[in-house]
Design a protein. Structure first.
Length: 130
């Protein structure tokens, strides 16, 4: 008796990351989960950084110098991307839950992601411009 699962069932979860299938709903699902995890991680990091305030002005000023580095500015842009993608996708899900745009979920997702891209570009320019 063979108790092992067929290959396609054992590795089924890998299909989550196969974007070639063109399933836009799956891409939206993955983006929502990944950005949610990223935002939760950021929340804990943010709380840890706020603890630097207890070290006094000198320690805070040293951190601000580090936070103005290109690496941290790039991380700010990534954070902005996560906020925009998660927020707008969440808005799409909420609208769909209320019965608005149920038949047009894919165009609504694409439109919201285009809005996110434009806002991300504008935000990145603002972040790196100072």
């Amino acid at each position: 008796m063979n108790l092992s699962l067929p290959e396609n069932k054992r590795l089924r979860f890998l299909r989550w990351f196969d974007f070639r299938s063109g399933r836009l709903g799956m891409i939206a699902y993955i983006l929502n989960r990944v950005t949610a995890i990223g935002l939760v991680v950021y929340l804990y990091l943010h709380l840890a950084v706020l603890s630097i305030l207890a070290g006094g002005p000198a320690q805070w000023d040293a951190f601000v110098q580090i936070a103005r580095s290109p690496l941290f500015l790039t991380l700010d842009v990534i954070l902005l991307a996560g906020i925009l993608i998660h927020g707008l996708n969440g808005l799409r899900i909420a609208l769909t839950g209320f019965g608005v745009g149920v038949r047009g979920q894919k165009p609504l997702f694409v439109a919201f992601m285009l809005v996110a891209a434009v806002a991300l570009i504008a935000g990145a320019l603002k972040i790196f411009a100072g």
